[in-house]
Write a protein that binds this ligand. Sequence first.
Ligand code: CLF
Ligand code: SF4
Length: 297
Amino acid sequence: GQGDLPTEIWEKVKNHPCYSEEAHHHYARMHVPVAPACNIQCNYCNRKYDCANESRPGVVSEKLTPEQAVKKALAVAATIPQMTVLGIAGPGDPLANPEKTFKTFELVAKAAPDLKLCLSTNGLSLPDYVDVIAKSKIDHVTITVNMIDPEIGAKIYPWIFFNHRRYTGLDAARILADRQLLGLEMLSERGILCKVNSVMIPHINDDHLVEVNQAVKSRGAFLHNIMPLISAPEYGTVFGLNGQRGPTAQELKALQDACEGEINMMRHCRQCRADAVGLLGEDRSAEFTTDQVMKMD
Ligand code: CLF
Ligand code: SF4
């Protein structure tokens, strides 16, 4: 139910499956993979999962043009009546592909005005696009924040690409964290609902995420989603976190409990793929391949 939420916020979350635990039983989301490029490197990335930005094996998602994405959105919405949210979350970073991302949102807003628009980003470019986001119909933005301490960030991010050059080490992590928090603050001021996703990496940022929780809470985040790193030994040589294990269910829950307070903790995230379609935890993307969608009318 609405609980203590102001009506204006309740209207935004009541049928968003990620922002409302209750809603995820009844409402579905779809992701359109229109954003292939990324402007940072995360040690756990494999470009198959996003929003969750996770490292586990999966089928490479197809990349879509904005026009294909709209066609797909309409086909999916016509087939799945519970479809309420269209998200852009990858497979790279949506704001590293701003033309494709905002073109897609614009076309979807025109063709399917009932779909809520949802954006997930690493936040590096976020301050540059806050005004564009505010002018679009985007009500929901997720920022992945894994640290506010550059010493920890340097272990997670080997580099970022910013202002036409590559930064590494502490500089990279400091710039990234500053930009993420600034972007969050700017969006909160404009009344856009922000969720923060954090990937829990044992021995790297697990103890630190309580501080991250405080930092994002004080900058107006509506919801905090701490997700487990999913270790994929078969990819161990690809990733910078070679041999890194994920947290146990007990470790994850203990951290979520420690953060539970004035900010709501999301505990029903299913770590979606870049091209996920359906209820959370359900994957109907195979019914909507580009070939199939282009044949539909
Ligand atoms: Fe997608 Fe993310 Fe929007 Fe949801 S997913 S862009 S906020 S519509 Fe949701 Fe999936 Fe977890 Fe993300 S369950 S990985 S939190
Ligand atoms: Fe991969 Fe996302 Fe990190 Fe970019 S921001 S490197 S796509 S996990």
